[in-house]
Design a protein around this ligand. Structure first.
Ligand SMILES: [Zn+2]
Length: 315
């Protein structure tokens, strides 16, 4: 049994510029991350991608539960904060990048959304003009923070196409009047080479992080093959043999196309809180998104060992 973990950001602590990632569950602190890596090393056999492939192919037998650490998106903190910690534990993760983040002028849509209010110069007022009933916002209030991070407006934004997203961002800017300076928090080519030297493998996570099942076939093909091509052209010694679906979103039709388009791949990764077995579908391998809770791993191991005991007693 394999537990695949999917991290996004590892940050020192929540602050004015990054709190939405903690609310959304896509950031953990360096301290929590260190606890997680320690717990993995103690309770599991931590595999790298080659180890995972050998096990999937039946060439490797696991003596105890195993784990594989992966990262999505391509944030710079993966190198500056996470990599020194994984190196201390001899852990070699695979990182799946949204390849348009390599462009200096491009941001992940969700980062543009969060950036509008984390750089706000107007902290209180009325939120209106985005298709929902007007409501009063106060950026220092947790309910406002929660709604902006995971509420109806944000969910509509994630589902929207690029053009609609651009107009929603204009409306959002009119509400919050963000300070002008933008920051680029992504890894560049040079950073990816450094990570490779530290034992990381780099893979693809689409070009623009769109929801693939809602795109037409031409767009899907462009996003999947275009990002794989972008990773291959980085000049790294080798690349990951997996693809990570943006937000884990996939369906049967996409999985069938992936098999046809990507003959060089071993499979693709989703996000679903479940362990992977050798009979799991290779184009729908589940991954856990660990929360910012240092005791979470302990809970996972205790649930898993009771599942294992139950399974053993049934067979
Ligand atoms: Zn992602």
């Amino acid at each position: 049994m394999l537990h695949i973990l999917c991290y996004h950001r590892v940050l020192d602590k929540p602050d004015e510029s990054n709190w939405p990632y903690f609310i959304r569950g896509t950031a953990v602190t360096a301290e929590v991350f260190e606890h997680h890596m320690q717990s993995l090393s103690t309770h599991t056999e931590v595999l790298d991608e080659d180890g995972v492939i050998s096990w999937l192919c039946g060439e490797r037998v696991l003596e105890r539960p195993a784990s594989w650490v992966t990262f999505d998106d391509g944030y710079r903190d993966n190198l500056t904060v996470a990599a020194p910690i994984t190196a201390r534990y001899g852990i070699n993760p695979t990182l799946f990048i949204t390849t348009n983040t390599l462009r200096p002028d491009w941001s992940l849509p969700v980062d543009s959304w969060y950036g509008t209010f984390t750089r706000a110069t107007k902290r209180r007022g009325v939120f209106e003009g985005m298709g929902t009933t007007p409501w009063c916002f106060d950026l220092d209030d947790q309910r406002t923070q929660q709604r902006l991070t995971d509420g109806p407006e944000k969910r509509a934004f994630v589902r929207a196409d690029a053009q609609q997203q651009a107009s929603m961002l204009t409306q959002l800017s009119a509400i919050f009047c963000p300070a002008k300076e933008e920051y680029n928090d992504y890894l560049d080519k040079h950073d990816l080479k450094t990570l490779e030297e530290m034992g990381w493998l780099i893979g693809a996570h689409s070009l623009t992080h769109i929801s693939l099942p809602s795109a037409d076939t031409t767009k899907q093909r462009e996003e999947v093959l275009g990002s794989l091509e972008a990773v291959h052209s980085l000049g790294l010694r080798r690349c990951s043999s997996f693809f990570a679906y943006p937000d884990g979103a996939h369906n049967e039709a996409l999985m069938m196309r992936m098999r046809r388009w990507c003959s060089g791949l071993h499979g693709a990764l989703t996000v679903e809180a479940a362990p992977t077995t050798q009979t799991s579908l290779s184009y729908a391998m589940p991954r856990y998104i660990p929360p910012n809770d240092q005791n979470w791993m302990q809970t996972l191991w205790s649930t898993t060992s009771s599942t294992l005991k139950h399974w053993t007693s049934q067979t």
